[in-house]
Design a binder for this molecule. Structure first.
Ligand SMILES: Nc1ncnc2c1ncn2[C@@H]1O[C@H](COP(=O)(O)OP(=O)(O)OP(=O)(O)O)[C@@H](O)[C@H]1O
Length: 272
């Protein structure tokens, strides 16, 4: 298979935060690439620096040393090419469903897109996400799963090339989560996006990704890059196969080892 083009590169990236207790080294000399069309999941113990890495790719923060590059140029701030979706802040409660979807279009394109073109995009995502009959509703009137669909629609409507997601499905019940996985894969298949996902669910990571990065305890490094060999489109029955479960168990075991290492660090820190 042809190697796809490198788009985002973490090049020897380190990050240290200043905290009241002194400097906290979160990421140490990490390097990895995100290629065109990749779906990469980051898994690792809580507090190992996954959100920090995503925030760097989004351009919200810069590394203490090293560089995060997009098409070879350092990322210096957020841009419409990168859509970010967080677990909690996906939608604006004071805007209706259709206003939420249109929000980014109004910000980004302003004069560039006609009102008709914007309406067509909003209609398309309302339809795709099954929200057409709720277009005038406010987010509080929606179920958790519908709010997630709305957050996805908002992120996708601006047509970002990259979707950066931080635990977007964490708060959903198992059935809704599973439906969201399939919807996500469907949209990605139709629109060919490149995704970086943070998740605590190894199962979710293996089901969705073509690559899973296991991140170590702090200061974080890449413990392993696991290539997920299952072809797309994927079906739920994949999760019942021995291959899927063997891979999931192996990654889970590794994450638990890093989790234990991080816990041991925390206890040592408390004992000092
Ligand atoms: N702005 C900041 N200032 C100081 N410390 C920070 C800052 N942001 C994050 N940290 C610390 O850096 C570490 C890594 O945080 P980060 O949110 O990147 O981890 P994470 O792997 O995403 O965690 P989780 O899985 O729990 O969401 C944590 O110990 C956190 O407290």
């Amino acid at each position: 298979m042809q190697e796809s083009k490198e788009r985002i590169r973490f090049d020897n990236v380190s990050m240290q935060y200043q905290t009241p207790a002194g400097p906290l080294e979160v990421v140490r000399q990490m390097s990895f690439s995100v290629n065109q069309g990749d779906f990469i999941s980051l898994v690792g113990p809580s507090g190992c620096g996954k959100t920090t890495l995503l925030n760097m790719a989004a351009g919200f923060i810069r590394p203490t040393s090293g560089a995060v590059l997009l098409d070879g140029k350092p990322i210096t701030g957020p841009g419409p090419d990168r859509g970010v979706m967080f677990q909690e802040y996906g939608v604006f409660p004071w805007l209706t469903v259709e206003q939420n979807i249109a929000f980014g279009l109004n910000l980004k394109a302003g004069g560039k897109r006609s009102a008709q073109a914007k309406k067509e995009i909003v209609d398309r995502y309302l339809e795709l996400m099954g929200l057409s009959s709720f277009r005038k509703a406010y987010p509080k009137m929606l179920s958790g799963g519908m709010r997630q669909r709305l957050a996805l629609a908002r992120t996708y409507a601006v047509h970002p090339e990259f979707v950066l997601m931080d635990e977007p499905f964490g708060a959903l019940d198992a059935q809704t989560r599973s439906a969201m996985h399939d919807l996500l894969l469907e949209v990605l298949h139709a629109e060919g996006k490149t995704v970086l996902l943070i998740t605590h669910s190894v199962e979710e990571a293996v089901y969705l990704s073509n690559k899973v990065l296991v991140i170590s305890a702090r200061p974080s490094r890449i413990q392993e890059v696991v290539d997920i060999p299952f072809p797309y489109p994927r079906q739920h029955t994949l999760q019942d196969t021995a291959e899927f479960n063997a891979l999931r168990a192996r990654i889970h075991h590794q994450v638990m080892r890093e989790y234990a290492a991080q816990e041991a660090q925390a206890s040592a820190g408390n004992a000092n």
